[in-house]
Design a protein around this ligand. Structure first.
Ligand code: HEC
Ligand code: HEC
Ligand code: HEC
Ligand code: HEC
Ligand code: HEC
Ligand code: HEC
Length: 365
């Protein structure tokens, strides 16, 4: 019966979508009390205590959560991912099988025991601040920044004027906004791609992308997220800029915190750091990357031309970007890489042939 009801609702939603040509189905559904508590009080007792609110146990503000939710971001997003689930989990206290029950961002699991495996974020039980990296990268600041605004994602919520923890990146979650229509770029009104936004000061502040419907729990060449890129650096240009003005791109989002860390060309147009948002040359080894591999995603200059389910990789058009090599949350590998860098052995790819670096640098295999 429940199944029938769901099917009916889905059909109804799809019908409305066709008439209005706009996304109308809410992302979260269900009774308010499943997710909200009006007073954080049941029979005169606190229902839960938010220990992160000011960094001390209890919390000087009485221990509730913003938007009156019954838990923190971490609370609701901790658990095992399963096929068909409508609830994305980013942290799992049990066993995790990387690439099989993890989502596009990876998982925070490994960061709890090893700082190098991902972003150390406030709020995950057992996690501590990163002991080595306090400022992003080498401490380079984004254009216009006079202090290191985002030197940590581990500040107590009340202790910093800036957002920290999950909200350091997912600045303005919009769980009640309509789900983006399949195959269309996520809009600001719907919270951008995965609620990712930076400084909320006009255009250029949020990420545009196409959202895979199960967050890449299942994924293959025709079943994955799509990310916007902006090819401002070309091999020929003498451009040593940071990325602050990189539009609504994923790379621009990362460099909002990682700033000029990735200045990538010297004055003679030589790469001095691995480029991001550089176009794959249509000649040489790069031209061999044609079948999209979700383990080595590329950014696209224009998402409106991407058909649902995605298309192949086009050298000469598509770009390498931060997420081509890194997971956003965490991975079992150092530097939160998507794959094991120690397996990338030049001239002897072995079982790593055609993966990781070799996907684009196909002649180094
Ligand atoms: C499945 C979980 C879930 C259910 C069910 C739910 N909410 Fe929410 N709601 C959230 C979360 C998470 C947030 C916090 C952050 C955000 O806005 O995305 C939120 C935020 C809100 C906000 C503040 C932001 C906004 O969009 O206006 C309001 C108001 C709200 N909910 C009202 C309700 C009401 C009323 C109901 C029942 C009719 C309800 N919610 C049911 C999860 C839920
Ligand atoms: C009450 C439980 C609850 C809380 C609290 C909650 N979430 Fe969610 N969140 C959900 C559910 C359920 C979904 C799946 C909604 C859907 O189907 O798109 C979701 C989806 C998401 C997504 C994916 C959105 C997309 O585009 O697919 C992100 C990102 C996210 N939440 C981040 C957060 C952050 C950050 C916080 C804390 C500010 C938070 N959530 C708090 C329940 C919650
Ligand atoms: C809100 C600020 C912020 C944003 C946005 C951000 N980072 Fe970070 N990042 C940090 C901080 C702070 C550290 C150092 C502490 C840590 O590792 O958590 C860091 C560390 C890292 C590390 C090194 C991890 C380690 O411990 O060795 C990598 C790799 C990284 N970030 C990649 C990315 C990528 C890729 C993106 C875009 C998806 C991104 N970052 C977006 C703040 C940010
Ligand atoms: C450094 C920035 C950063 C931080 C901190 C961060 N996220 Fe994310 N998150 C991202 C990015 C980028 C993506 C999109 C990943 C992709 O498409 O490859 C994402 C995706 C997600 C998704 C969708 C599932 C997926 O894996 O794609 C959820 C849910 C989510 N984040 C929740 C959270 C929660 C909860 C926290 C805190 C425990 C958190 N995030 C902390 C950057 C961040
Ligand atoms: C071609 C693959 C690739 C791309 C693209 C890439 N990285 Fe990295 N990144 C790495 C590798 C590999 C390391 C490990 C250290 C090394 O070899 O330099 C690393 C290390 C890092 C570190 C840790 C540095 C430290 O001091 O420990 C940060 C932070 C980082 N990357 C951020 C980014 C950001 C932000 C972007 C996008 C602007 C990006 N990366 C794009 C491969 C890449
Ligand atoms: C998604 C594709 C992609 C991946 C994955 C990738 N690269 Fe690259 N790499 C590029 C592109 C594009 C360039 C710039 C080529 C140009 O402009 O001539 C580049 C440039 C380089 C250069 C400088 C070449 C020069 O001409 O100065 C080195 C070295 C390099 N990559 C190493 C690596 C290593 C090591 C890895 C794995 C950690 C890696 N790359 C992963 C696409 C990629």
């Amino acid at each position: 019966m429940k199944h029938l009801k769901l099917t009916f609702l889905t059909v109804l939603c799809m019908g409305i979508v066709m008439f209005l040509a706009g996304p109308v189905c809410a992302a979260v559904t269900g009774e308010c009390s499943n997710c909200h508590t009006m007073h954080n009080s049941q029979n005169g007792n606190h229902m839960m205590i938010n220990v992160d609110i000011d960094g001390t146990s209890g919390g000087s503000h009485g221990g509730g959560y913003p938007s009156l939710t019954r838990g923190s971001c971490v609370g609701c997003h901790t658990g095992p991912n399963t096929a068909g689930s409508t609830h994305p989990y980013v942290y799992d206290t049990g066993a995790v099988n990387y690439g099989f029950d993890t989502l596009a961002g990876g998982n925070f699991k490994w960061v709890v025991t090893d700082d190098a495996k991902g972003h150390n974020v406030k709020g995950i039980p057992g996690m501590s601040a990163d002991t080595l990296l306090v400022a992003p990268g080498d401490g380079g600041l984004a254009a216009g920044c006079t202090s290191s605004c985002h030197s940590t994602l581990f500040a107590p919520v009340d202790g910093a004027a800036l957002n920290t923890g999950c909200e350091g990146c997912h600045l303005e979650p919009k769980h009640h906004a309509p789900r983006q229509l399949a195959g269309t770029p996520a809009l600001k009104a719907n919270g951008y791609f995965r609620f990712l936004s930076g400084h909320d000061t006009g255009s250029g502040s949020g990420v545009e992308g196409i959202e895979d419907d199960d967050w890449q729990f299942t994924n293959d060449m025709g079943d994955h997220n799509e990310y916007l890129g902006n090819a401002v650096d070309t091999h020929a240009a003498t451009n040593t800029r940071g990325f602050a003005a990189n539009g609504n791109t994923m790379t621009g989002f990362c460099t909002g915190c990682h700033g000029t860390f990735h200045t990538q060309l010297d004055g003679n147009a030589n790469w001095i750091r691995h480029p991001s948002d550089a176009v794959l040359p249509s000649t040489g080894e790069y031209a061999n990357y044609t079948t999209y591999d979700p383990d080595v995603p590329v950014a696209r200059p224009d998402l409106t031309t991407i058909p649902e389910g995605g298309i192949g990789v086009a050298a000469g058009t598509d770009m390498v970007m931060c997420l081509s090599c890194h997971r956003a949350h965490g991975s079992p590998y150092d530097d939160m890489l998507r794959w094991d860098y120690s397996g990338m052995v030049a001239g002897n790819g072995g079982s790593f042939s055609g993966t990781g670096c070799f996907t684009c640098h196909s002649e180094k295999d």
